[in-house]
Design a binder for this molecule. Structure first.
Ligand SMILES: N[C@@H](CCC(=O)N[C@@H](CS)C(=O)NCC(=O)O)C(=O)O
Length: 191
């Protein structure tokens, strides 16, 4: 494989891919999608202009889920179960809700307003986290798999950006702690 990964260091979606690429030789290309000129140039690579994108030789693959599935097959990793993929969907729900709030704040929009768009996110986050907390108590993140990778990426990113405090979710904190000594977790911490 001759791989180039386009991304940014803090992005939780990019970090999933970086953690899956543990011990794989690849080149990382940093892209700032919030800079007008850089985003415009990035359109030559992906029409959706989102991070991450992975290039492997002639193949261009976008969306972290598709990239992770591509790498899973290429690296000969076991299939992920539907239970694990459900966990990923719940992590995504929190991730996307926080990104919407983050982008609104960055755009100068008041997110505490009683606007439907923000109400939906504010409701979704604790409900999804409560469900994830129960899954963590049941051991859902004890092993190293795609949902564990997604959870760690979410929690570290949200804290790094000062977007969320997970202290009300001790089982999620414990689940993250279980894996914090892995070299790939430390090497890819947002900066
Ligand atoms: N579903 C996409 C989400 C990716 C995503 O939202 N990436 C953010 C960075 S964390 C992004 O590129 N945002 C720029 C934008 O929305 O224009 C995936 O899994 O790759």
């Amino acid at each position: 494989m001759s791989i180039v990964l386009y991304g940014s260091s803090p992005s939780p979606y990019v970090r999933r891919v970086r953690m899956l690429l543990d011990r794989v030789d690849y080149r990382f290309e940093a892209v700032d999608v919030y800079d007008d000129d850089k985003r415009s140039a990035y359109s030559a690579i992906t029409p959706i202009r989102k991070l991450p994108v992975l290039m492997d030789g002639e193949k261009t693959i976008f969306d972290s889920h598709v990239i992770c599935e591509y790498l899973r097959r290429e690296l000969g990793l076991p299939e992920w179960s539907f239970e694990q993929l459900n966990l990923v969907s719940a992590v995504d729900a929190v991730n996307d809700a926080l990104i919407i709030m983050f982008l609104a704040t960055r755009s100068g929009i008041e997110t505490s307003d009683d606007k439907l768009m923000f109400k939906l996110q504010r409701e979704r986050i604790p409900i999804s986290l409560n469900w994830l907390e129960e899954q963590a108590k049941a051991g859902g993140f004890d092993e190293w798999h795609i949902a564990t990778i997604a959870l760690i990426s979410l929690m570290d990113w949200a804290e790094f950006r000062g977007l969320y405090d997970f202290s009300e979710y001790p089982a999620l904190l414990e689940a993250r702690n279980l894996h914090q000594e892995r070299a790939i977790v430390r090497e890819t911490y947002p900066q």
